[in-house]
Design a protein around this ligand. Structure first.
Ligand SMILES: *Cc1c(COP(=O)(O)O)cnc(C)c1O
Length: 228
């Protein structure tokens, strides 16, 4: 398996997909999800030109991030526990998995100490699976955003969602459209939230996500092979 080949093929497929839905070829970013994969894979992807990486565990990032040049940027895409916030703020350039006010405030606090501003996405549960983390209703989310927008060391840049795990394109698209509705609601209500990004789409549903307006797809197995 050549990661370089897989990456190039996938990027072509992403661009073609965007174009087929009337979108600009460059309008969707690729987050290469390297969780559970050895750092050599990350380095090979970096050497093939990839700069954006996704990891779901802080402990794994702690080992991998220092082995990459500083222009490799890592996004946290997995649920974040309170006791790992400080480390997460050191190793990640963006936290896509903010799913509570408490975590948002902790990130803000740690980043104040570290003298940085963290880009965050709000993790929204759009897949109707109770076990998943993420905000579950609009009212809860709006109340929390009321407070999060006041914090100086975090910047809400977008919404993240995991599509429904079903084999039905229209159901998958319905779940993504919930994220889009929420984006519109937030942008209308909070003038400082402009052009929120949409992190949606994985190896199995990136086409639906791109059709619906995703600005970043998070791709693991389609590039690095399946995880056991
Ligand atoms: C693992 C993971 C991905 C990538 O999944 P693939 O199906 O391997 O592309 C994307 N997003 C999140 C939140 C993940 O945990």
């Amino acid at each position: 398996m050549s990661i370089k080949n897989n990456l190039e093929k996938f990027k072509m497929l992403m661009a073609d997909t965007a174009e087929s839905f009337g979108r600009n070829r460059e309008s969707v970013e690729l987050l290469a999800v390297t969780k559970t994969k050895p750092v050599e894979y990350v380095i090979e992807a970096y050497e093939s030109g990839q700069r954006l990486f996704g990891e779901n565990r802080v402990q794994e990032a702690e080992i991998k991030v220092p082995q990459l040049p500083s222009d490799a940027k890592f996004h946290l895409i997995g649920h974040l526990q309170s006791n790992k916030v400080r480390k997460a703020c050191q190793f990640f350039s963006c936290i896509q998995s903010v799913d509570s006010l408490k975590i948002g405030k902790k990130i803000d606090n740690s980043c104040r100490e570290l003298n940085k501003i963290m880009d965050i996405y709000l993790d929204v549960n759009i897949s109707e699976e109770d076990s998943k983390s993420g905000f579950k209703n609009d009212k809860e989310l709006l109340e929390i955003v009321d407070e999060l927008v006041l914090l100086d060391n975090i910047r809400i840049v977008g919404l993240m969602g995991i599509g429904s795990h079903v084999n039905d394109s229209s159901k998958i698209k319905n779940s993504f459209s919930e994220l889009i509705t929420l984006k519109d609601i937030l942008e209308n209500r909070f003038p400082i939230l402009k052009d929120l990004k949409l992190s949606m789409g994985m190896s199995g549903d990136f086409k639906e996500a791109i059709e619906m307006g995703s600005t970043m797809v998070r791709i693991g197995s389609a590039i690095f092979g399946s995880r056991i």
